[in-house]
Design a protein around this ligand. Sequence first.
Ligand SMILES: [Zn+2]
Ligand SMILES: [Zn+2]
Length: 1021
Amino acid sequence: MAPIFSSFPDKPDHNLLEIEILDLWERERTFEKLRELNRGGPRFSFVDGPVTANKTLAVHTAWGRTLKDVFQRYKALRGFDQRYQNGFDCQGLWIEVGVERDLGLNSKQDIEAYGLAEFARKCREKVVWSAGELTRGCIRLGQWMDWGNDYYTFSDTNIEYIWRFLKLMHERELLYLGHRSTEWCPRCGTSISQHELSQGGVYQDKLDPSLFVRLPLRDRAGESLVVWTTTPWTLPANVAAAVKPDAEYGLRENGEWVAVARYPNDRFAQRVPGADLVGLGYRGPFDDLAPAADVEHRVIPWDEVSLEEGTGIVHIAPGAGQEDFELGRVYGLPVLVPVDESGRFYDSYGWLHGLSTTEAADQIVGRLAETGFLLEAGVYSHRYPHCWRCDTPLIWRVTDDWLIAVDELRPKLLEANETVEWTPAYMGKRMDDWLRNMGDWNISRRRYFGLPLPFYPCECGRLNVIGSKRELTERAVSGLEQLEELHRPWIDEVVITCEACESDVRRIPDVGDVWLDAGIVPFSTLGWENPTWVENGYATGASKEISGADLPDHAYWEQWFPADWVSEMREQIRLWFYSQLFMSVALVGRAPFQKVLGYEKMLDEQGREMHGSWGNMIEAEDAFTRMGADVIRWQCAAQPSNQSLLFGFGPAHEIKRRLLTLWNSARFLVDYANIGGWKPDLDDLATGPPASELEPLDRWLVARTDALAQEATAAYESWRSPDVVRAFDAFVEDLSNWYIRRSRRRFWDGDELAFRTLWYALVQGVRVVSPVMPFLSDHLWRSLTAPCEAAPESVFLAGWPEVPEPNAALLAEVAELRRVVELGRQARSGAGIGLRQPLRVLVVEGARLAESHAGELREELRVKEVVFGAVEASELRVKPNLRLLGPKLGAELVTVRTALEAGDFVELADGGFQAAGHDLSADEVLVERRGMEGWSVAASDGVTVALDSRLDEELVREGRVYDLIHRINSMRKEAGLELTDRIELTLPESGRDLLEHQDWIARETLAVSVGCGPELAIAKT
Ligand SMILES: [Zn+2]
Ligand SMILES: [Zn+2]
């Protein structure tokens, strides 16, 4: 007869097993069937944040992908109808810089020389390649998404939705062209906005020159101001020096003015408040260069001058610093912008012309030394912002950028954030802080392959903002015929009519911030205000032919907006979570998501960032082969999301070891069921095995299983995947190390109820953990339910286990029993006695619940007798736990300590003590119990056990029998005997006295005969 179950190999080959499961899912169309099953069910709306399509799948992306899939799979098992649309971020600096590298281009001039149309094509190619790679990687990870119907942010549809948003901002007068100083990347040739600066890796340690420079006062011969700077290139743009009006300034004997607070030990010839210096004129360090020649340099007041660093006098260059620019506005200072878009000095700067800001530093220092302006030059290490995309140190430039004013929206944004449930909660607080402090949203970038800003300013003063492709078509006077998609260069050729004066106007060349692209997603992908459903309506422009996504209609948006849940890393607070919230509040006045699960960063095992150049980067491909997707997912799901995940092969090894316990437990069932001819019944999953017939240990395992299902459900419902993993881990340990270990003989005897109980526990356990570990779970489900004709073919088509309220009293009883066993083992090892040596008596105190389990205690602890009662034969020593009691008792501690030392205390029922009139809890004292002669004692949490450790001849002989049985069974295994094989057993002469126990030995080793001979030997009969 064919075996009932297919047998299991010794251990799972995760990679192989997962590839087989992927293949089954595809062939059986498991995901499609699941969606079909849930269609029309209650809705759970998930909106995926777009992943940047410029790379292959990196292992750090796995954390977020895993969390998304875990909770979507869980919700699907609960019958929720869901959206599974994946998104790709496909334009802006991310893509451009990657393509520049591929093509060997390194400046905007290079790109323009290469040709914008060809460059746009290359950018699209890169996205198509990366989307393919990412899709492949995510499928391998086990993520179930509607692959092929992805949204691409560079689609015309997405762009049109943003245009519409911008037009609305314009109509509400929130859009403006700002003239201001911003962080600027000289390599990328564009400004960098406030939220881009908040990304990881932007602030890095950097060494810069540290210069003390003298600025001679005009009307005070021999006197000068001393300023400090770390950016020499800004000195040629100097127009003013700022002092703190209410701070004290001192004149050194050598004629130098500095803040007294900075040099408290210096001698000063004169001291005045900063206010007295305001208005004085001075000579600038580079007045010999044309731009500064006519500038009247003067001292201005500024309350924000720092007395923490520098000299207390600040060099002000409104054209090369943000605060400087704002001050310049207040005091009407001239603005000298020394460098161009690529960070090189303009021709008007004479001998500096063409130099970059770093190249210029040495020459500037040299010149200052020659002209006598330089007092001191050194180096200075500080945290300095770098371009998030190309790593170039940023500079400041004054430029014209398009901005959206936030002040009017700010209170509504704060209110909307209040409605969101953040996990972990501190991330919500971070969002709140950001919303309170953020400045206007800088939305323009001077780049190429990005969202074309639909702004057409006319000389008549009217700003024309186009809100849709249709509007563009209606107002175009030329260029429409060549418009392939809404990208440069094609869009730049379209000329429209000004709505005010009817003259021809052109678009500004700027493109948009990528966070506009991602922020509009809850509208553009769900069909907000779209009158009719358009098949393939999202596959427009650049995403034509690579996506099959539809553009739904407004009714659909009503159903799926706002998202019930979104999940991304913490960094996204100021990025995607913010841009979505902003656009959503602006468009419909409410938050686009109700619940957020945020998570921190993935680092390597040692807690370092992963970098290709450090050799600690783990390729996703490599991780799949060497650890398997289940193990990757397990590591990700087990990590509390408020701490960084230290990912690596070390932790993976440990997880595999634990999964092997699960595997071995299932294998045990399968092996013995095949021997005993036992077949499972699927109905047991609904009803449980028949409670009235079960033994207490079976009833316990059923309760334990039901408790697992309950705990895991609660954890999934509150987005706590680490609790699911922890609960499952503990469950497997109980199942294997208590139930199976204590029930082996029943399986051997073919006890049907034991089989039913274990099968129930394993299958329900696998169902509960399947969202975390889909491959192994589905494999085990398929293996264990294969004999049941009506079983759903996949665990994911089996729904969520409905379990009754577990028997809490029984669970508590066994938990206490296991605590006593644990203490018994401690007492044994305290006495230095091995586990196989039988002993006479165990006395148990304080474990009332375990009283009905004396038989199990006798077996587990190998004692002849268990007595429940007071452990008298022990000496108790109690000391204060100083760390806790010190602060609590203060001076009283001495009295308490003396009382404890004198043995003058009363033990309380909860494990605490009373001494010198104080109640001390169990953790406030350190308890040591010493057994009386011949007794070994162990205690914790109010339970005490005492083990009679005295041996006699009979006990010693029994101990030898246990050792012998253990050795023979090892020999059976080594000889490759089947579980059912019988043997002839020969004992060595030295063991002749053990023949007294030959029936016992024969029973435990399946021996048909026991004799004596020269050495221990077994022979298969
Ligand atoms: Zn850059
Ligand atoms: Zn006009």
